[in-house]
Write a protein that binds this ligand. Structure first.
Ligand code: C2E
Ligand code: CA
Ligand code: CA
Length: 713
């Protein structure tokens, strides 16, 4: 290292740039200190920027800023320069006359013997000319002369930017190295000109697949690199890899008229898993493409081995699903929908099953998501609609003319343009009335693009179909749109039904959906109903239909038809004999017995339960006006139980029997309105009977409350 007295000299030394080159190169060179202030520029700088050397010495390079990049951009640039001693990228700057121009900028730190930076050197290539001549004279520094694609230098710069952006926006990115299998053979047997023509044709095809933000580049020979930005899911990279492979499958015609068949191997590296520098990702993707070739070519490989395992599984699944469609391995099961007023079957939901050889019956949850991703869902969905129509025809032919079937439609199928055609075709082929077919659409697929969804749904309604809003409550429907969706039915999601009897939160959602649906004049179905208590609660709250294991699991078509033929129906509760019904809850059976005996002549209908849970089940199934509960019970105290009852059945009159020890909790529950009255054990029979009579009168509105009175007996 030489003398640091002359900035320019030391820099030249460090960069091993000959002064003569610096003076004559067409690239601008700027040397700054660490502030950074400009220490020196070369003649090309003046040519490109319009500033004379004397005008910029001592100034900050920011005088060239175009204002097109935000602060984060410059921060990332300086950060990289400070931490790695290097930054390269395309950037917009402004000339002295105000004109903006794109440049390729390479910044390097020049270090002293201790490794500390002492200067920065910027090398600028003006890209504006390059851009102008890109198509006509691609023989320039950053482009591949044959294909006019960015070359390695420009690729690395763009990739570095992609990574910086991905890091800021917390996105993923992927690098795909695409290698043409057997390109060499074509080159050798048809000549280099043919090889070149083929590369140009391949480039043209590849370009058709790119999104605007993707960068395609040719590295050398038959190797292309594709940088994919802003990926949400690394699997988008493999979808792209396969779509590229498919794209290159159809033959190319060479200048000599021969057909050339090109197969591609693709290696994929993913940011951030496989590295966070352009270099690391390129090396990774390159290693991966070698592996793909070793495996016989016409494959894609990830750099990371777990991703490969997953990708293989995805491929195996895809092939199996394709075969399943061809070989008719799918079958529809039918789950009855029951009318809660009559208890009768009013229709069925068709649920898909896959009879996968060697695997038994596979649940849709295991293959629909994959089919949705790889696009096979469009074919599978079309099959489901056809098969449901075929089945309705078959039923109608045996006299079961009134069975209506609902089929599930996936998001991709709903967006797919051919859906209406498919439906019309299936309905006409099998002579099924459109009103017999219902489509179940989920909230989330509508809310993706609600305006479009309204239009799609309106078109489907025009065919005469009925529409159901599935899994309602799990998405994030905006009420504004809900009113505009032309639906006939809402389905309360199973997750709310599950806890409907015991969890006031779930119950509130369910009852709100019911009243919302009714205000919108659409029907409402609860799915996943497994117990009589759930059915009872839903009936009491005006739900129209239920579906669930309580009545039946999804059944093969023949078994379902048999249920309908037998006139099988859900047992309806008998009308209550007594208009006054009391529920007594106590974990000690002898107390229950004593209280029952004591009230035997009062003419009440009496239910007894030995736990809060059992009490809630009884309340769900039966109309009850007055509840008397013990306070001290193992799983849930009387006050907690009645708090829950207050939320679920606010009109009931709730009373508690308590020992002295628990009075404090009880008084609090009284103050919160959960308890109307409480009695302290042991009780006076005569007075307790009178109080219960009062409670019914209070419920019936005959007497005013005497609330909060501590009725110790
Ligand atoms: P989904 O539309 O919410 O269907 C209801 C699911 O709940 C079905 O599961 C059904 O068997 C199950 N189920 C019904 N009653 C009960 C119950 O009482 N308790 C419990 N625990 N579960 C009950 P399945 O058949 O496994 O279907 C799962 C999902 O797969 C469906 O959810 C639907 O989203 C999808 N799917 C099913 N068939 C198709 C189809 O043909 N096309 C599309 N795109 N998706 C389908
Ligand atoms: Ca459904
Ligand atoms: Ca559902």
């Amino acid at each position: 290292m030489g003398d640091f007295g002359s900035a320019l000299w030391s820099v030249e030394e460090a960069l091993r740039i000959d002064a003569a080159i610096l003076a004559t190169t067409r690239d601008a060179v700027i040397i700054t200190d660490l502030v950074p202030k400009i220490l020196a520029v070369n003649p090309a700088f003046t040519e490109i920027t319009g500033y004379a050397e004397a005008e910029v010495i001592g100034k900050s390079p920011s005088i060239l800023s175009s204002g097109r990049h935000d602060r984060a951009f410059y921060q990332a640039m300086w950060l990289s320069l400070r931490e790695t001693g290097y930054w390269q990228g395309e950037i917009w700057n402004r000339r002295k006359d105000g004109e903006m121009y794109p440049e390729l900028l390479t910044l390097s730190a020049v270090c002293n013997e201790q490794g500390d930076p002492v200067h920065y050197v910027g090398v600028v290539t003006d890209l504006s000319q390059l851009r102008l001549h890109e198509e006509r004279s691609p023989r320039l520094a950053h482009y591949d002369p044959l294909t006019a694609l960015p070359n390695r230098l420009l690729l690395e710069a763009r990739l570095q930017h992609t990574l910086e952006r991905a890091s800021r926006e917390e996105n993923r990115a992927a690098v795909l190295v695409i290698d043409l299998d057997q390109f060499k053979t074509i080159n050798d047997s048809h000549g280099h000109a043919a090889g070149d023509a083929l590369l140009v044709a391949v480039t043209r095809r590849l370009r058709t697949r790119l999104r605007e933000e993707d960068t395609l580049s040719r590295l050398a020979g038959d190797q292309f690199v594709l940088v994919l930005e802003a990926l949400h899911d690394y699997q988008e990279a493999e979808i792209m890899a396969r779509s590229i492979q498919a794209l290159l499958e159809s033959p190319f015609v060479l200048p000599d008229g021969c057909k050339a068949f090109v197969r591609a191997s693709v290696g994929i590296s993913v940011y951030p898993q496989d590295g966070n520098t352009a270099q690391a990702l390129l090396v990774g993707a390159d290693a991966a493409v070698h592996r793909a070739k070793e495996l016989g070519g016409r494959q894609f490989c990830y750099y990371t081995s777990e991703l490969n395992v997953q990708a293989r599984a995805t491929l195996v699944m895809e092939e199996a699903l394709r075969r399943a469609l061809d070989q008719e391995e799918f079958v529809l099961y039918y789950q009855p929908k029951i009318d809660l007023r009559s208890g009768r079957i009013v229709g069925a939901e068709a649920l898909l099953r896959w009879q996968r050889p060697g695997c038994g019956l596979v649940s849709p949850l295991e293959f629909i998501p994959a089919a949705e991703k790889n696009g096979l869902i469009e074919g599978i969905g079309a099959w489901v609609i056809r098969d449901a129509c075929r089945q309705m025809r078959a039923w109608q032919d045996t006299g079961l003319t009134e069975i209506k079937v609902a089929v599930n439609v996936s998001a991709r199928q709903f967006r797919y343009g051919g859906l209406e055609e498919e439906i019309i075709q299936a309905l006409t082929q099998y002579g099924v009335k459109p009103s017999h077919l219902m489509l179940e659409l989920t909230e989330s697929m509508l809310m993706d693009a609600p305006e479009k969804a309204v239009a799609r749904m309106t078109a489907l309604k025009r065919l005469g179909l009925r529409l159901s809003l599935d899994d309602f409550g799990t998405g994030y429907s905006s009420l504004a749109y809900l009113g505009r969706f032309p639906i006939d039915q809402m389905k309360i999601d199973r997750s709310f039904v599950k806890d409907i009897v015991t969890d006031p939160g779930a119950a509130t959602i369910a009852t709100s959906v019911i009243s919302l649906a009714h205000r919108m004049r659409v029907g409402v179905v609860a799915e996943g109903v497994e117990t009589e208590a759930q059915a009872g609660y839903l009936r009491q709250n005006g739900c129209d239909e239920i579906q669930g294991y309580l009545f039946s699991k999804p059944l093969p078509a023949e078994e379902f038809a048999e249920l309908v033929r037998q006139g099988e129906s859900l047992p309806m509760p008998e009308a209550p004999l007594q208009s006054r019904t009391l529920l007594i809850v106590d974990d000690e059976p002898h107390i229950l017995a004593a209280l029952q005996r004591m009230l035997a002549d009062e003419g009440y209908g009496i239910f007894t339960a030995t736990s809060a849970h059992e009490g809630l089940e009884l309340l769900a199934k039966n109309p009850v006006q007055v509840i008397l509960s013990d306070q001290r019970m193992p799983a849930m105290s009387g006050a907690e139980f009645l708090g829950c009852v207050k939320a679920l059945y606010p009109d009931t009159v709730r009373m508690v029997l308590s020992g002295y020890a628990e009075l404090e909790t009880v008084v609090q529950a009284v103050n919160e309105g959960a308890i109307y009255k409480f009695f302290v054990k042991p009780w006076d029979e005569e007075q307790l009977r009178a109080q219960i009579r009062d409670a019914f009168l209070y419920y019936e509105g005959v007497i005013q409350p005497r609330r909060g009175v501590a009725s110790g007996l």
